[in-house]
Ligand binder design. Structure first.
Ligand SMILES: C[S@@+](CC[C@H](N)C(=O)[O-])C[C@H]1O[C@@H](n2cnc3c(N)ncnc32)[C@H](O)[C@@H]1O
Length: 292
């Protein structure tokens, strides 16, 4: 599996961005940094100033290193990297008591970076800036905004519920398992996986039924469904946990029905036999069954 240039750019810029977590090392060493210039010690005196300064500096470095379409790939890679590294700083230092939110930021940032990176590694011909899924849909970011609003409102009104660390740990575990399932699907399906549901069969498109596709017919949707619900359990957001479960379920039910209509038109009896052997993987979703 070779990695095309934009995949490398994305990885390099994600790593550059995530080095914002160097704050942890530098702040631990600050007593030994007496010879450092005053302005540097001032930046180091406040984690948020350091994060902002690092973000600006890393964007300048990226502007100097990458050109044309590589630049925007690097801007997005760096953005997800800085978010991931900042989340790590917040988790490690429990900044303002926001450890759980920091963990959520790490999960979110890694998801978007890895969507691009795994697409670059497995199906590079379909790779575009959209592969970061940062511009997924207005509904996706509306849902994100609602979850941030719920988190901070409840943190303000009922702070004790936001310290149920074992609930957050269960949410983080669900996110990690969902993320692994989704990425395993992309790696298993390779060029047969596409972020956009195909309505015409591409040459070379083969039906995948092995690996995770032997467990579920829609493993990447299973992974994404549980990942999205897991983010709300991680944030200990009871309202959004229910809303995310219901809206994601409705979304995937409709999408799977449509996708299976196309898959039956591509693969005919081969897909119908596959439907008989393997379930969709999502609770109470049967898919598009011709005999119904
Ligand atoms: C976003 S991918 C999702 C794949 C699958 N629904 C899943 O959850 O892992 C959508 C594309 O995968 C293709 N696809 C779905 N299931 C497939 C399978 N078992 N074998 C090959 N292609 C498949 C569809 O044609 C569609 O273009």
């Amino acid at each position: 599996m070779s990695l095309i240039r934009n995949g490398q750019v994305s990885l390099q810029s994600f790593i550059l961005g995530s080095f914002v977590s160097s704050y942890l090392l530098l702040s631990a060493l600050h007593l030994w940094l007496t010879a450092a210039p005053q302005w540097f010690l001032w930046i180091l005196s406040n984690s948020w100033i350091y994060i902002l300064a690092y973000f600006i500096l890393s964007n300048i470095i990226i502007r100097l290193l990458y050109w044309d379409d590589e630049w925007m790939v690097a801007v997005c890679g760096n953005l997800t990297g800085v978010a991931f590294g900042s989340g790590l700083v917040i988790v490690a230092l429990d900044l303002h008591g926001l450890r759980i939110f920091g963990g959520y930021v790490m999960v979110l940032a890694f998801f978007h970076f890895s969507e691009y990176f795994i697409t670059a590694a497995t199906n590079p011909t379909t790779l575009s800036l959209d592969s970061y899924l940062l511009n997924h849909s207005w509904a996706y970011w509306l849902a994100g905004s609602a979850s941030w609003a719920e988190y901070f409102l409840e943190l303000w009104l009922f702070p004790p519920i936001k310290s149920l660390w074992y609930v957050a740990a269960a949410g983080a575990t669900i996110c990690i398992l969902g993320e692994i399932t989704r990425k395993l699907s992309m790696i298993t399906a390779q060029k047969n996986f596409n972020h956009l549901v195909q309505v015409r069969r591409q040459s070379g498109h083969k039906l995948v039924t092995h690996g995770v596709y032997g467990w579920f017919r829609h493993p990447s949707y299973v992974g994404w469904f549980w990942w999205s619900v897991g983010t709300q359990i991680l944030l200990i957001n009871p309202v959004c946990a229910v809303l995310y479960a219901v809206t994601s379920w409705l979304f995937f039910k409709e999408r799977i029905t449509f996708e299976e209509m196309t898959l039956i038109s591509f693969f005919g009896q081969e897909y119908i036999d596959y439907q008989k052997r393997v379930g969709t993987g999502l609770p109470f979703i049967k898919g598009y069954l011709l005999q119904d």
